[in-house]
Design a protein around this ligand. Sequence first.
Ligand code: NCD
Length: 329
Amino acid sequence: MVGGRVSGVNAVARGCILAIMFSGAERPSLITLHDLSREDVSGLLDAAAALRPLRDHTRMDALAGATVVQFFFENSTRTRLSFELAAKRLGAHVVTFDASASSVQKGETLADTIQTIDAMAPDILVMRHASSGAPEFASRFTRAAIVNAGDGARAHPTQALLDALTIRDARGSLDGVRVAIVGDVLHSRVARSNIACLSKFGAFIRVVGPRAFVPDDLTSLGVEVAHDLESGLAGVDVVYLLRIQLERQRDPMFSSGAEYHRRFGLNDCTLRFAPDHAVVMHPGPVNRGVEISRDLLEGERFLVQAQVANGVAIRMAVLSTIWKEMRCG
Ligand code: NCD
């Protein structure tokens, strides 16, 4: 470690990262949260909380010697930057691959691109892709550990972990938390990973939105379904808003942002449907005036800045746990 004293990586339970098979050998990776236990998740949150005070001038060397390649096939601000900061604060060598400026634009396949990167011997591949299942596909063509930074509408495990840490900070515990996830649940990997994560703590989860975004059969995920904000926000501790993900919709399901806001937008009036203690979260990017009114964004109950800050800490915890497992076997 360089600079100040921060402990905590050791607090992470060994074996808490999903192991996947590659050429007969196991290697640690984080693709979804399904195979992590409640204790695994708590261990990662504890490690992240301990690492949170780290800044660039109080670096640690927990990732010294590791080469982390960021491999983003979809746009990203928060996720990409926070993985990069996290890896650098722990002393890794970080390279960012920009798909829009690469040979992908010349027709190279995903398999060929991954094999090309693999030949340069990265240790950890942080990957975002528009297709669900892309991380498992990629794992067939590289020996690197893979961290899923969002695949299609399926999973975004580190987002759910940073959300869990933010809720735990605000509430003191995750046990029995009551959460309303509002908006475009159908296309949301964030919603799926949050449901998978919070369910481990006995959370009550209600998904709220128009039928086009919140079909009734989502009850198969073990959640309650509501189609209006008044019943949807009743009795919850957390109102978790989602962006309308136009890039994943074949035909736009709303004629305008203003129309969506009239029915499902959060503002001073509709926030009254939730208890006074309820906090408001959003994974970002926020579309002001669509899922939330401009004035609410400035309020104390809106935790998006805390979520972003926790994103760096969670990614430090995940990367350092994987690297430790890679080296210690
Ligand atoms: C989310 C994503 O990309 O899945 N954002 C994020 O990672 N911070 C949600 C979104 O794009 O709406």
